[in-house]
Design a protein around this ligand. Structure first.
Ligand code: DC
Length: 207
């Protein structure tokens, strides 16, 4: 069983994917971490993000066993990942690993931008998780405040809009729902309700 979850930045797809995988005993891959890890290599080398060859090389030689670094999760890396993920050779280099990961028994949950459209077009369940930019910014803001850090809501909202714009309008694997994906708009749903709705869909497929 393959569950593909796509959606824009801060839509809650990662939290949902993790929870579904835990509940079902499936493997989980947050594919955004792969792009973030490629971006980290370039930033560490002080190589410009516009250097496509260096980005492709970093993707081809990426050590996928080191994706649990807290630094990968920050806003700086998300922004940088959004830039280098628009390069086709970078995407090509990361494809085989993602497909191989998806073929695990008893199942795998992958979340990202192009899982239902490109990586796993034959996934058993496809979800497109979304929420308004304002709601996503509100959640991200709250998350940062809850960690005891400070952040500006308007800056977060502007970041989210810029990332949406780039991820949706790139020529290679743009963010969009697969034709057979179910859209889950979580603007009015909390994490528990989103999980229940997704689980109902998975259970229906498993029957
Ligand atoms: O999901 P995230 O915020 O961690 O992703 C960071 C960036 O990586 C995102 O802005 C676009 C890119 N990405 C992608 O192009 N394809 C994916 N499957 C996952 C992420």
């Amino acid at each position: 069983m393959i569950i593909a979850i796509d959606g824009p930045a801060a839509s809650g797809k990662g939290t949902l994917g993790k929870r579904l995988a835990q509940h079902l005993g499936y493997a989980h891959l947050d594919t955004g971490l792969l792009y973030r890890a490629v971006a980290r290599v370039l930033l560490d080398q002080e190589t410009a993000l516009t250097d496509r060859d260096a980005a492709a090389h970093a993707a081809r030689t990426l050590d996928v066993t080191h994706l649990d670094d807290a630094r990968l999760r920050g806003a700086e890396m998300g922004e940088a990942a959004s830039v280098i993920s628009a390069y086709q050779p970078v995407r090509d280099a990361l494809l085989a690993f993602q497909r191989q990961f998806s073929r695990q028994e008893p199942g795998a949950v992958l979340d990202g931008r192009d899982i239902g459209t490109v990586v796993c077009p034959d996934a058993d369940v496809k979800l497109f998780v979304t929420a308004t930019p304002e709601e996503r910014a509100r959640r991200r803001h709250l998350e940062i405040l809850n960690r005891g850090e400070t952040a500006d809501y308007e800056t977060i909202l502007a970041d989210i809009r810029r990332r949406d714009e780039r991820d949706m309008n790139r020529s290679t694997a743009p963010l969009r729902p697969a034709e057979d994906a179910l859209t889950l708009d979580t603007t009015q749903l909390n994490a528990e309700a989103a999980f229940r709705a997704a689980l109902d869909l998975v259970e229906a497929k498993r029957r």
